[in-house]
Design a protein around this ligand. Structure first.
Ligand code: SF4
Ligand code: SF4
Length: 439
């Protein structure tokens, strides 16, 4: 579509020039509206990708402060990128909405309570010690939630309880079922997942060791920058991303890695985008691109390596529902690897209707837009429960927490299930193998 940026505007700002290129690709066909969760729920063109693209164009062309309506509609976007998967013109919506959020953050004065709340959310969620403390406090204060003022009440109610698990969570290396392969991978330790469920990385390590792969993991958990990035807080996002990049480059300088694996697909999408994030930064561009080039979702890597291990016969009696996180299917365009892995491990795999629609978790979205998030969570849970599966399998802690809070079917992570299938100790709590094992 036509844009009305001036040459001087485009020459002065490379980010604006990139956004102009993205905007020009949109032909306003509207195909994307059919797969946008906020449009499905709210039915308002301004809450569709096409409507938001129009609002973003108007805002960026005018520069200066956007109006409150533009901010409201951009804020409601989940960054699920379902629209990018649908778009026949290849509109790079992710980078466009990133720039819109950064522009809003620097040009729009939100009400003080909003500003403080958004800062509090990223300050707490990106610091594992603070998140662990906040979660403990929220757990103790749950009884007082109805008395707390609006947003505080929402935060207390949204604080996820521990996922019910079996007692044994052992990060101890499993005996290698395959001889050492000489492969050496890094495993990212993020911020929210190690607090909510340290068993996921422990399962990934056991599984990789069983495959004869050496695993290196930084000692300290650290945010990749995704949470503040999605709220337009560019400085904080870049500072966290730089810490992540520096950690991996230091490890890479001591010995090479075949890949940097990520067990939270939302973080994986951000790591893979580091090269783009720092493309105009002469100090960080090269190191960021080095880390981005090695980043892989754990399912992507396992699918390539092959899960050639002895399997428990019980896997054949379990029917599992694969819940594809948006960050995996739309952000990283990984659509078939998890299902292939689950089927190779013997499970019967089913998928819900509307598998492409977001569950409403979307990083900090469930705290910032609790109403839309809850409605999407309930919609997803209903479709997953309708499958009558023994368990739901996903690969993003945000989706897992959201679904666990709304669905009857127990939820687990892909690597936890594959670890169990190949001899690991932990079948997720609540799963009962009550069908006869076939053949
Ligand atoms: S599908 Fe693509 S080209 Fe069509 S309106 Fe949506 S973003 Fe624009
Ligand atoms: S990212 Fe998701 S919520 Fe946002 S416009 Fe695209 S489809 Fe809609």
């Amino acid at each position: 579509m036509q844009t009305r940026f001036t040459d001087a505007q485009l020459a002065a700002d490379p980010d604006l020039a990139r956004s102009e290129g993205i905007l020009r690709k949109c032909v306003h066909c509207g195909f994307c509206t059919a797969t946008c969760p906020t449009y499905l729920l709210l039915g308002d063109e301004a809450d569709s990708p096409r409507g938001r693209i129009y609002l973003i164009q108007t805002m960026l062309e005018a520069q200066g402060a956007p109006d409150a309506a533009t901010v409201r509609h951009v804020d409601r976007c989940l960054s699920c990128l379902s629209c990018a998967s649908t778009c026949p013109s290849g509109v790079d919506y992710m980078h466009l909405v990133d720039q819109a959020r950064a522009h809003i953050e620097t040009h729009y004065q939100r009400p003080l309570a909003d500003r403080l709340f958004r800062r509090l959310v990223t300050a707490v969620l990106t610091r594992p010690w603070a998140f662990a403390l906040a979660r403990r406090l929220a757990g103790r204060m749950r009884w007082a939630a109805p008395l707390a003022p609006g947003r505080l009440r929402g935060m207390i109610e949204a604080a996820p309880p521990s996922r019910p698990r079996p007692a044994t969570i052992s990060p101890a290396p499993a005996p290698a079922a395959r001889p050492a392969t000489g492969l050496r991978v890094g495993l990212m330790k993020g911020c929210v997942q190690p607090v909510l469920d340290p068993g996921i990385d422990a399962a990934a390590i056991r599984l990789l060791h069983r495959l004869g792969v050496e695993v290196v993991q930084p000692d300290t958990p650290a945010c990749c920058g995704a949470l503040p990035h999605h709220l337009g807080q560019t400085d904080r996002a870049h500072a966290l991303a730089q810490r992540q990049i520096a950690t991996w480059c230091a490890l890479l300088d001591t010995a090479p890695l075949d890949a940097i694996l990520v067990t939270t697909s939302g973080c994986g999408t951000t790591l893979k985008d580091y090269g783009e994030m720092f493309r105009n930064d002469p100090v960080w561009a090269q190191r960021a691109a080095r880390v981005a080039a090695l980043a892989m979702d754990v399912s992507e890597w396992l699918d390539r390596a092959g899960l050639d291990l002895p399997l428990r016969p019980e896997t054949r009696s379990l029917r599992v529902a694969w819940q594809a996180p948006c960050s995996l299917q739309h952000g990283q365009r990984i659509r078939t690897a998890p299902r292939r892995l689950l089927e190779a491990a013997g499970f019967t795999v089913v998928e819900p209707t509307e598998a492409h629609i977001c569950c409403g978790s979307a990083g900090a979205y469930s705290l910032i837009q609790p109403d839309i998030s809850r409605r999407l969570g309930a919609r997803k849970a209903e479709r997953l429960d309708a499958l009558s599966a023994d368990l739901v399998v996903s690969s993003n802690i945000g989706c897992m927490t959201q679904i666990a809070g709304a669905a009857r079917t127990p939820v687990t992570h892909l690597v936890e299930l594959l670890d169990w299938a190949t001899g690991g100790p932990n079948l997720p709590s609540g799963v009962v193998i009550n069908r006869p094992v076939q053949g």
